[in-house]
Design a protein around this ligand. Structure first.
Ligand code: FES
Ligand SMILES: [Fe+2]
Length: 399
């Protein structure tokens, strides 16, 4: 079923590539410019979106064997994700029940137990408190009530989603709406992480707009990879998650093969965004790879941090690694010096308050859909969330 959907998308793209056309939205879309800098608005986005939907915080590649863990801080919440001996992933608040020290330092590694660096209380891989230093002198406490606080976690398509709110109820499968079945065609569960680095950027939505935008490619990226691409894009949506495809003229060659022969690697090409903060862009350098970018809002509306994860389908040998490395360096340069350098100046200019609205053209449908979802979600009360994701596109269709 999902391969059929991939073929339909490719057919649509090939037909448009041959005609040199793209699909257009009915109208130009307007977004208040203050949405990018207003502090109150920004807080509503953090609380209404980032604290209420599952976030893509890790890849299976980072947590493959039992005992592997990853500790990170997301919007001020220290998170610990670990593969337990039963093979299942667990996620916890990375916080010791004794007096609240952070158990594991930021980063990854392998551990059978999590030992607090302050007074050595020990937790097992299910988060149970299993050791209290000098227990008889410490005094009577019920260990069974002092385990780590669990966070809802789910592993789908070789990717790992975690809720920052321990009491979150939104089901991951409702949230993904079948998008994970599409992402499963990458087979990320078998891929390798070859590089991880971070880049500082502007407001998270300025940064995210750029990942949905192919209109700028031949212009802003004219010195790097841009001239190879048309400025057109097609968007395919699963709720707020959008795949972005370029109707590249080279796609006309696809008609030399029958649709059944179209390889998965070509069918999966382009950019797959995962709402609200991830973009997965395909590349081929030293072998098939993707740049998986995780955007995190920073500590003010004008800041964000993007973690660039470069994953490859096969463990690269030395020559492939060197080739991949050149690609990774180029992508970091493009994002840092072209996208985010422009975005940071855009942020500064918007902050003057002298522009009332920003515009998304009829050719920029990805931005229409993204900003409509942001708006809808921050307005929604807790009881409405599930229904919004179940209804998908209908939730944001202009009335
Ligand atoms: S704070 Fe963790 S053992 Fe004391
Ligand atoms: Fe860009």
């Amino acid at each position: 079923m999902s391969r059929k959907r991939l073929i339909e998308m490719m057919r649509h793209c090939v037909d448009h590539a041959k005609a040199g056309t793209q699909e257009l939205e009915p109208e130009v879309f307007r977004v208040p410019a203050s949405n990018y800098w207003d502090e109150g608005r920004w807080r509503r986005e953090i609380d209404g979106i980032f604290r209420r939907v599952p976030l893509l915080l890790a890849t299976t590649a980072e947590l493959r064997e039992p005992g592997r863990y990853k500790a990170l801080e997301v919007l001020g919440v220290p998170v610990l994700i670990a593969r337990a001996r039963d093979g299942e992933l667990r996620a916890f608040v990375n916080l010791c029940s004794h007096r609240g020290a952070q158990l594991m330092p930021t980063g990854g590694g392998k551990a059978r137990r999590f030992i607090c660096p302050y007074h050595a209380w020990a937790y097992d891989d299910e988060g149970a408190l299993v050791g209290i230093l000098s227990a008889s002198e410490f005094g009577d406490v019920d260990k069974s009530c002092l385990g780590l606080t669990r966070l809802p976690v789910a592993e789908r398509a070789g990717l790992v989603w975690v809720h920052l709110d321990p009491a979150a109820e939104l089901d991951i499968d409702v949230f993904l709406g079948g998008y994970d079945e599409m992402l499963a065609h990458f087979h990320f569960e078998d891929w390798h992480l070859v590089s991880q680095r971070s880049v500082e950027g502007p407001n998270w939505k300025i940064a995210y707009d750029g990942y949905l935008d192919l209109y700028h490619l031949p212009i802003l990226h004219k010195e790097t990879f841009g001239p190879k691409f048309p400025n057109q894009a097609h968007y395919y949506a699963w709720g707020p998650h959008q795949r972005v495809s370029s109707p590249h003229p080279g796609l006309a060659q696809m008609d030399e093969l029958s649709e059944e022969e179209w390889p998965d690697s070509v069918l999966m090409g382009g950019v797959w965004t995962v709402f609200p903060h991830v973009s997965i862009a395909t590349f081929d350098a030293g072998g098939p790879g993707v740049l998986l970018s995780q955007l995190f809002p920073g500590s003010t509306p004008g800041e964000s941090v993007t973690v660039q994860n470069y994953l490859m389908a096969n463990e690269p040998d030395e020559a492939q690694r060197a080739e991949a490395q050149k690609q990774i360096d180029l992508l970091e340069y493009v994002v840092r010096e072209e996208d985010y350098a422009t975005g940071l100046r855009q942020q500064q200019a918007l902050r003057t308050g002298t522009l009332d609205e920003v515009l998304f053209g009829r050719n920029e449908g990805g931005g229409h859909r993204f900003h409509r979802w942001v708006e809808r979600l921050i307005e929604a009360d807790a009881g409405e969330l599930k229904g919004l994701f179940e209804a998908g596109e209908a939730s944001i269709r202009p009335r």
